[in-house]
Design a protein around this ligand. Structure first.
Ligand SMILES: [Zn+2]
Length: 703
């Protein structure tokens, strides 16, 4: 880890402007980033937080098609909704941009031109799925079909939501176009590829240089890719929504930059927009092109390789052969694990989620921020549950922190006319029995190394100590016998309120602000942090002197959450879960009718062999049949199979299938069939081939 940085740039993964942000996103990316940024601001560091909406990509055009509105309408809607929810939650971006902005188009096209101009990109003609009805090439998300891994009949062409496997459209069984529901055809089209392999050596050096300070999950995900060997990745798509490919001639017509190439560059465009807003258009270079700046990408674990391999590779390609305008690579990529919801994965498609905007209409932001910080999925998946949310809000925020602050301030207002009645010395402070030096060391380490759960827990521990100090000192009793001692106790308590406001600010900033108001400060906490009037190191010794006047009004910081408040939420989950269970049952609860028993001798009469499909064509006047040429060891066979509704012929070639090799020959529709291949009937009545994994295994016996 370098310590020579004078500036920090924090970026957060760009949420797709195709749906509302949910609590899982908040827990993995935005809240940890905000906590980190607020902590560093308190320490007086030069730090900016850059985020924004990812407004390209196929899910957006799919939503637009479905709702018969334009993609622009879709992104406008979710950009504003998410921005509003983030603001309400206190996620303090310095700039929140949009990848549909002109400056971003320019930036992304500049990168393409620079890299293409150096002949780094590779042009390839490839066959892609094409919808014959709508006459459009189908990007991966426009193709749906059955997952080859878990048989989910509605897997997307890029990923199966049920089992999480990354797929390519041609791996799907029964591929269908989402536009017309037709079986797509394969057609030739030209695309630009980024040769990741060319940068593998440099990337490995870069990642190995961080083996001491990056999270294990980040190193492991990345190294798995290195082990497999980096290959060419397409960076263009046949699509009408996105950034046009800036290449000459007809070949770029109708093509846009693929969203993985475009979106990560948004971090740079948005920093440029921020710099323009500061009235200093070149200021962004001090963050992206200076060794003095530490760059940190906050992301979820599903985005690791985009930030440790692909984005750095783009920057290396830009830097190649350059002496000026050289980009720096990220210093850290703290990727989180996932936060589940009541023990299950969030699922947007099943509506099994709590959306940030909706949540904040019912409950205050800080109760959510605190509960999530205490469950931050740092190195393993964690869980958000309503019961935990209720317990933490009531027991920790209300009964401990809130109770202490209110008692201290009310007592001062009632018995000392809202004025600090005693000048606390460092010696008085030491008698509190709190190990300040040790605690601050631990807190600084926790924040600096992204251990936000530890930081929140340590903060609550200090609040507990403060609460105990006030309870045990009993100033309300002392007041009658020893007013000076009571004054000392209450002065210490109110100073502890100040300290708690500072140290809880990164996690619960709204609360810090409210405590400050009650303590008699008129300026907002955020402004005081910005102007340096309040700093982290001020929290470790008394700041409020004898005679300091409080607001003389107090408020309840945290209202307790009653069972009745969360009952509707629990009922809602039950309804959704019941629906999911019904859907799952419908798929499985079919009564099983087995055929009459046979002996093992009977079974072994059947000769099952692995066969490789070497050729395939349609059969004239038979719309369900495909004619397969099979290689079975040294023999070749021709077999007819009723799978034409599931596969285009070219899709079957190369598959390893299971052949019933000793079945009597017969003629079907005038064609000879020498055996039978095994297939499974799907819920839709179409047949999918049973496949065997492995290479050069044709002819092997299956038993
Ligand atoms: Zn699957």
């Amino acid at each position: 880890m370098n310590n020579h940085f004078t500036r920090t740039l924090v970026t957060t993964a760009l949420p797709y402007a195709n749906g509302p942000v949910h609590l899982g996103h908040l827990a993995g990316v935005y809240l940890p980033a905000d906590i980190y940024v607020r902590f560093k601001r308190l320490q007086g560091e030069n730090i900016i937080h850059i985020g924004g909406s990812d407004e390209h990509g196929v899910p957006i055009t799919i939503t637009a098609d479905r709702e018969s509105i334009s993609p622009r309408d879709v992104v406008d809607r979710y950009h504003h909704r998410n921005l509003e929810a983030f603001a309400k939650c206190g996620i303090s971006f310095d700039h929140y941009g949009r990848t549909s902005s002109q400056l971003h188009f320019r930036t992304a096209q500049e990168f393409f031109r620079e890299i293409n101009g150096k002949d780094i990109l590779v042009k390839k003609k490839e066959r892609h799925f094409f919808d014959p009805e709508t006459k459009r090439f189908l990007s991966d998300r426009y193709v749906t079909g059955t997952c080859p891994i878990c048989s989910n009949p509605e897997a997307n062409g890029d990923q199966c939501e049920q089992c999480g496997t990354h797929l390519s459209p041609r791996e799907l069984i029964n591929p269908r176009s989402k536009l017309s529901n037709r079986v797509p055809e394969l057609r030739e089209t030209l695309h630009w590829y980024f040769p990741l392999g060319r940068f593998q050596g440099e990337l490995e050096n870069y990642v190995n240089g961080h083996s001491g300070d990056w999270r294990t999950n980040v190193l492991n995900y990345t190294r798995t890719w290195f082990k497999q060997g980096l290959t060419d990745r397409a960076i263009t798509r046949d699509l009408h929504w996105g950034i046009p490919v800036p290449a000459q001639g007809d070949e770029a017509k109708g093509k846009v930059l693929y969203v993985w190439f475009d979106a990560v560059l948004g971090y740079i465009s948005f920093t440029r927009e921020w710099a323009e807003k500061q009235g200093s258009p070149d200021l962004w270079r001090k963050y992206w092109q200076s060794p003095d700046c530490r760059i940190i990408h906050f992301i979820g674990k599903d985005n690791v390789v985009f930030h440790t391999i692909m984005f750095p590779a783009i920057l290396l390609a830009w830097n190649e052969g350059r002496k000026n305008d050289v980009y720096s690579l990220a210093d850290n990529v703290p990727a989180s694990e996932f936060m589940n919801f009541e023990g299950r994965k969030f699922s947007k498609s099943r509506n099994y989620a709590v959306y940030l905007g909706e949540f904040l209409e019912k409950f205050p932001a800080d109760t959510l921020r605190y509960t999530i910080a205490m469950n931050y999925p740092e190195n393993k998946d964690s869980d958000f549950s309503w019961a935990d949310f209720q317990n933490r809000t009531n027991g920790e925020l209300a009964d401990t922190l809130g109770n202490f602050i209110k008692r201290s301030i009310d007592f001062t207002n009632a018995k000392f006319d809202g004025e600090i009645p005693y000048e606390c010395t460092e010696d008085d402070w030491a008698t509190l029995g709190i190990d300040w030096a040790g605690s601050f060391d631990k807190l600084e380490q926790a924040y600096g190394q992204f251990h936000f759960r530890d930081a929140a827990a340590l903060t609550m521990q200090i609040a507990r100590s403060a609460n105990r100090f006030l309870t045990d000192s009993e100033p309300w009793k002392m007041l009658k016998t020893d007013r000076e001692a009571a004054a000392r106790t209450i002065a210490l308590s109110v100073n502890l309120c100040y300290t708690l406001a500072v140290i809880c600010y990164p996690v619960i900033p709204h609360t810090a602000n409210r405590i400050y108001t009650m303590l008699g400060f008129q300026e907002s906490f955020d402004d005081m942090v910005k102007s340096g009037k309040v700093r982290w190191d001020m929290a470790s010794f008394p700041q409020l002197h004898k005679g300091h006047k409080l607001l003389k009004r107090s408020e309840i910081l945290f209202r307790k959450i009653e069972d009745g408040d969360i009952a509707p939420e629990l009922e809602k989950i039950e309804r959704i879960l019941a629906g999911i269970r019904r859907a799952e049952d419908d798929g499985t609860r079919e009564e099983m009718h087995f055929k009459p028993e046979i002996s093992s001798d009977d079974f072994f009469k059947v000769d099952l062999r692995v066969a490789t499909v070497t050729g395939c064509e349609k059969v004239a006047k038979a719309d369900k049949l495909l004619k397969l040429r099979l290689k079975v060891g040294s023999e070749n066979r021709q077999v007819l199979a009723g799978i034409a509704q599931s596969y285009s012929p070219e899709f079957v070639i190369g598959k390893n299938v299971i052949l019933v090799a000793n079945l009597a020959e017969k003629k079907i529709k005038g064609e000879l069939s020498q055996g039978m291949v095994l297939a499974v009937e799907g819920n839709d009545g179409r047949f999918n081939l049973v496949e065997v994994n492995g290479s050069e295994i044709d002819g092997k016996i299956i038993q």
